[in-house]
Design a protein around this ligand. Structure first.
Ligand SMILES: O=C(O)CCC(=O)C(=O)O
Length: 338
C-alpha cells in the first residue's frame, strides 16, 4: 500500500458553479438561502451551507494547515465536497467517548427504508449532548461531554464559522447553524450501513474514526477530475448508480487498519486515487447540499461491510435555512419514530 502522500499527487483547479434553481422546491430553498444573505452579497459568491472560502478554493489533493490548530486538512473531492483531517481527536479523548457510549448502553441502530429493508446491520448507537452541563454525570460521561463539545467547537471553527459570522453580521439567526448531539456508533464484525444521503437538512457531517477501522465509501467522490457526466436526479438513481461503481477504482474509499483487501473482490483496476488510508483519530468532513438548498446526491455514501469491530463519532450540522421553521427534533427521536 502506498503512503497517503502518494495518493494526493493530482491536484486540479476547483471552481464553484452556482446553478439557478428550476423546481418549486429548489426555488423555495433558494429564497430561504437568500434570506441568509445580505442584499449586497450574491449566492454566486457565498454559499452558507458549503465550505469556508479557504477550503472551497483549495485545489483537490492539496493540504491546508489551519494556523491555530494542528490538524492539516486535505481536500479529497470537490463534488461532493469532501475533506480529510489528520489527527482530529486524541487517543485519550477517543477512549473517553467509547467508554461513555458503553456505560450509557448502546441501542441497535434502526434506520429502515421500509418494513423489510434495513439499511443498517450489526450497528449500535449512543448520543452525547455536548451542552448537557447541568445534568448529573459520572466522571466518564462528564469527560465525554467535554470531548464532544470540543469536537463540535473545532468542527464549527474549521467548517462553519465563516458562514455563521457572515450570516449573523447580516441579521441572520444562530439556528441556521445547529449542531446535533454527537453520535457514537459501533459496528460489530459484518456490520454495514447501506448507501444513503444524510438528509434531515444535515448539510455538514464530521465523522471521526475512533478505533482506526474505516470502510466509508463515497461512490461519486473524485480525487482526480470531477466526472460531471454522471447525472443524478434522485436518491434511487444515486443508489442504483452507486451499486455499479467499482470500489477501489471509482469514487473514494477511506480504509483503516483492516486493509483495502477487506473490501475488494479483485485487485484489478485498483487505483491509488480511489483509496485513502486513515488512522484512529483522523476525521472526514463532507457537505451534502447544493448552494440552492437541494440535496446533493453525489454526497451519497455508505459504510461497507466491516471485517472487524468499528467505532466512529459523528457530528452533524443542520440548517434552518433548509427546513423552514427550526425543529428541535433530534435524530435519535426521529429514529424512534421510523
Ligand atoms: O460508518 C461509516 O463509515 C459511515 C457512517 C454514515 O454514513 C452515517 O452515520 O451516516
Amino acid at each position: 500500500m502506498k503512503s497517503r502522500k502518494s495518493f494526493l499527487l493530482h491536484a486540479t483547479t476547483c471552481s464553484r458553479v452556482a446553478a439557478f434553481p428550476t423546481s418549486r422546491a429548489a426555488r423555495r430553498a433558494h429564497r430561504l438561502s437568500n434570506l441568509l444573505l445580505s442584499t449586497s452579497t450574491s449566492i454566486d459568491s457565498f454559499n452558507p451551507i458549503g465550505p469556508p472560502s479557504i477550503l472551497s478554493e483549495l485545489p483537490v489533493g492539496e493540504i491546508f494547515s489551519p494556523p491555530s490548530l494542528h490538524n492539516p486538512i486535505t481536500r479529497l473531492s470537490q463534488s461532493p465536497d469532501l475533506f480529510y483531517i489528520k489527527n482530529f481527536v486524541s487517543q485519550v479523548n477517543r477512549d473517553v467517548l467509547i467508554s461513555a457510549a458503553c456505560n450509557q448502553g448502546m441501542k441497535a441502530a434502526g434506520t429502515r427504508k421500509s418494513e423489510s429493508n434495513t439499511i443498517r446491520r450489526n450497528s449500535y448507537l449512543a448520543w452525547i449532548d455536548p451542552y448537557n452541563i447541568m445534568g448529573e454525570h459520572d466522571e466518564t460521561s462528564g469527560q465525554a461531554l467535554d470531548v464532544a463539545r470540543e469536537m463540535v467547537l473545532q468542527s464549527q471553527e474549521l467548517f462553519v464559522h465563516e458562514a455563521m459570522h457572515k450570516v449573523i453580521q447580516e441579521g441572520g439567526r444562530m439556528e441556521y447553524f445547529f449542531a446535533e448531539d454527537v453520535q457514537i456508533a459501533k459496528y460489530d464484525e459484518g456490520g454495514r450501513f447501506d448507501y444513503h444521503h444524510d438528509g434531515y437538512s444535515r448539510y455538514l457531517t464530521v465523522l471521526v474514526y475512533l478505533n482506526g477501522v474505516g470502510g466509508t465509501y463515497f461512490p461519486f467522490a473524485n480525487l482526480g477530475e470531477v466526472s460531471h457526466e454522471i447525472d443524478i436526479a434522485t436518491e434511487e438513481n444515486a443508489v442504483d448508480l452507486a451499486r455499479k461503481r467499482q470500489i477501489g477504482k471509482d469514487g473514494i474509499l477511506l480504509v483503516g487498519k483492516e486493509g483495502v483487501h477487506s473490501y475488494l473482490s479483485s485487485w484489478d483496476g485498483l487505483s491509488s486515487n480511489s483509496v485513502i488510508e486513515v488512522e484512529a483519530g483522523d476525521a472526514i468532513a463532507f457537505y451534502s447540499y447544493k448552494p440552492t438548498g437541494e440535496k446533493d446526491w453525489r454526497a451519497v455514501h455508505c459504510s461497507l461491510t466491516v471485517p472487524e469491530e468499528k467505532w466512529i463519532a459523528t457530528c452533524w450540522f443542520r440548517s434552518d435555512a433548509l427546513t423552514g421553521p427550526f425543529s428541535y427534533l433530534k435524530k435519535s427521536a426521529l429514529l424512534e419514530n421510523s
